[in-house]
Design a protein around this ligand. Structure first.
Ligand SMILES: Cc1cc2nc3c(=O)[nH]c(=O)nc-3n(C[C@H](O)[C@H](O)[C@H](O)COP(=O)(O)OP(=O)(O)OC[C@H]3O[C@@H](n4cnc5c(N)ncnc54)[C@H](O)[C@@H]3O)c2cc1C
Length: 384
């Protein structure tokens, strides 16, 4: 990489670090426990350009590489994972438009996405299916120059505060194979598009997760991403490689935060006349955690580099996602144990990390599915 690239990356990471230190860290605890949407932080993230981080400069974005973007996600998640969710799924929606959209869709939406003027995310999951997306039941029926959408989406991040969603529907519910009947639309809020409820969660608070209901929602035909029916699953899954790298980077951030808390606390807390970090049982935990964090980070960097080269990286993104998110779960639990009783207290940061981490093994394809993706790729790449 050129030194210009390194300088640009260092500058951006520096401004993100300053933002986190001054404008996020002091406020996380209260916002998280009150489950309050961080409006002021969203405004600052707009100014920093984070809603356009991976959108090309020609469309008004920062045009960052996935490698740099993953480092931003890691930094943000080290302080508050929820904040990364506010721009992560928004950027995957933007990537679907940038990669597969028509020129008119790109010029209409991308500059406004990049500015954070229109924000949103992905609406794929339904009450009775998440992993098996081909089983979705939301339909879009063509009616002249519009489609009429009916159905329910659930668990949609940014569902309340976002204005626009990449919406996966069936345009031909009887199609075989099923994916040929699926299409992806850019759905802006309007009549027939309702937020039916906010979903309460174990962790990942502050960011809104909602159920969305579509009742005879009329969407102009020119909002069909790419302009032709039947490519929706491909367009939705096309963004998931990037999504998995993002989630993996979140895992590194959460695991690193858990390690940081443990390293600090274990030097302060004393038992049997010495800081607990001098007990070998604690050292074994710290050594294991630190190794997991670094290995996770390297897997994320590897997947991001391959993605940036434009090569297929579902195996590498899957490995990064699997390892880094399991590391987040393991490290948050270990850190909590190192904190003893205080780890169970709502006053300590590690309690939040412990509640946030499990989401990572579920979102963007469960870790069970990652293992299957890795194995399938392994066989495909090594035929005998
Ligand atoms: C906080 C939060 C935010 C979310 N944000 C979004 C969002 O913004 N947009 C969105 O569209 N969705 C979102 N989701 C939904 C998420 O993507 C799904 O929950 C996830 O894909 C899993 O789907 P499911 O919950 O339906 O589980 P299921 O698909 O019902 O799976 C249940 C279990 O079965 C396992 N399983 C399923 N099939 C197989 C198989 N073939 N082999 C082995 N094991 C299998 C799974 O690994 C899992 O352990 C969010 C979820 C949460 C909790």
């Amino acid at each position: 990489m050129s030194s210009d690239f390194d300088k640009q990356e260092a500058l951006i990471l520096d401004s993100v670090r300053r933002f986190l230190e001054r404008e996020v860290k002091p406020f996380v605890h209260k916002l998280e426990h009150d489950d309050t949407y961080p409006e002021a932080m969203v405004e600052r993230m707009k100014a920093l350009g984070l809603f356009g981080a991976t959108i090309a400069a020609e469309h008004g974005g920062l045009g960052l590489s996935t490698t740099t973007y993953a480092k931003i996600v890691e930094l943000v998640s080290t302080v508050w994972m929820s904040l990364s969710g506010i721009f992560n799924s928004h950027l995957i929606m933007a990537a679907a438009v940038e990669r597969f959209g028509t020129d008119a869709q790109k010029s209409r939406f991308l500059p406004r996405f990049a500015a954070g003027e229109i924000r949103g995310g992905l609406a794929l999951t339904e009450p009775d299916c998440g992993t098996d997306l081909q089983a979705i039941r939301t339909t879009a029926r063509r009616a002249g120059d519009h489609y009429v959408v009916n159905g329910t989406k659930t668990w949609i991040s940014n569902g309340i505060h976002g204005q626009c969603f990449a919406l996966l529907v069936k345009t031909d519910p009887g199609a075989e194979p099923r994916h040929r009947g699926m299409s992806l639309f850019l759905a802006e809020k309007g009549p027939g598009f309702a937020v039916s409820r906010k979903l309460e969660k174990l962790g990942y608070k502050g960011i809104d997760s909602a159920e969305l209901v579509f009742t005879d929602y009329r969407i102009p035909a020119d909002r069909l991403i790419g302009g032709s029916e039947g490519r929706g699953l491909q367009h939705a899954l096309g963004g998931l490689e990037l999504g998995r790298i993002n989630v993996a980077a979140r895992g590194v951030g959460v695991a690193q935060a858990a390690l940081n808390e443990a390293v600090a606390y274990s030097q302060i807390r004393k038992t049997f006349g010495k800081p607990i970090c001098q007990h070998q049982a604690i050292q074994l935990k710290l050594g294991e955690m630190a190794t997991q964090v670094q290995a996770a980070r390297l897997l994320v960097e590897d997947a991001a580099r391959i993605y940036d080269r434009g090569e297929r990286c579902d195996m590498e993104a899957g490995m990064a996602k699997l390892f880094a998110t399991e590391a987040a779960v393991a490290c948050s639990l270990e850190s909590m144990r190192i904190h003893g009783g205080y780890g169970y207290s709502k006053e300590f940061t590690v309690e939040r990390l412990y509640r946030d981490a499990p989401l990572l093994v579920i979102g963007e394809g469960t870790n069970e599915m990652q293992r299957l993706i890795i194995a399938r790729q392994l066989i495909e790449r090594n035929p005998v």
